[in-house]
Design a protein. Structure first.
Length: 169
């Protein structure tokens, strides 16, 4: 290594020049070479919104696709209403049956004979059965209408995907 001021020959470990006293600085390290990428990013998903350092995220535009099957959507709403009404009616009838069975077993005189424990048991069992049946009817009908929506949404998403892929070509 040579001194930049007096051009004296110096050892490579010297921190200053022995001839002129100039402080020697170590040569700057070579710039780091960019490392080879370890992995490649997967292609962006269609509905994914990329994250940017600036904080702003552009909106992903989806093609406008009209809603189809308006009558089928209306039928699904009617089935939901039917589920609520049928479930409520069956639960109310079950409660009335339960109360009627308890009330008839506590009567001291009956016109058809002594009903006593049979009326109590029949009223309680029948009332509980109707209430449980009302819950099952509600759940089944409501779930059926939701499945109609699921299939309509699948069809709509398929059309949206088709439109997006057709726009890429």
């Amino acid at each position: 290594m040579r001194c930049p001021v007096c051009s004296a020959e110096l050892p490579s470990t010297a921190k200053f020049c022995g001839s002129c006293g100039t402080t020697l600085t170590a040569p700057p390290p070579p710039p780091p070479r960019p490392a080879a990428p370890v992995y490649e990013e997967p292609p962006p998903m269609m509905n994914a919104v990329p994250s940017y350092a600036g904080g702003a995220q552009p909106a992903v535009e989806q093609p406008a696709v009209e809603k189809k099957y308006k009558v089928l959507r209306f039928i699904a709403v009617l089935i939901k209403i039917l589920a609520v009404v049928a479930g409520a009616i069956l639960i109310i009838v079950g409660l009335v049956t339960l109360v009627a069975g308890v009330a008839s077993s506590s009567r001291t005189t009956t016109t058809l004979g002594d009903a006593g424990p049979a009326a109590l048991l029949g009223g309680v069992v029948g009332g509980l059965f109707l209430m449980i049946y009302g819950v099952f009817v509600f759940v089944f009908l409501y779930a059926y209408s939701e499945w109609m929506y699921v299939f309509m949404d699948i069809e709509e998403n398929t059309r949206v995907t088709n439109e997006m892929l057709a726009g890429r070509r």
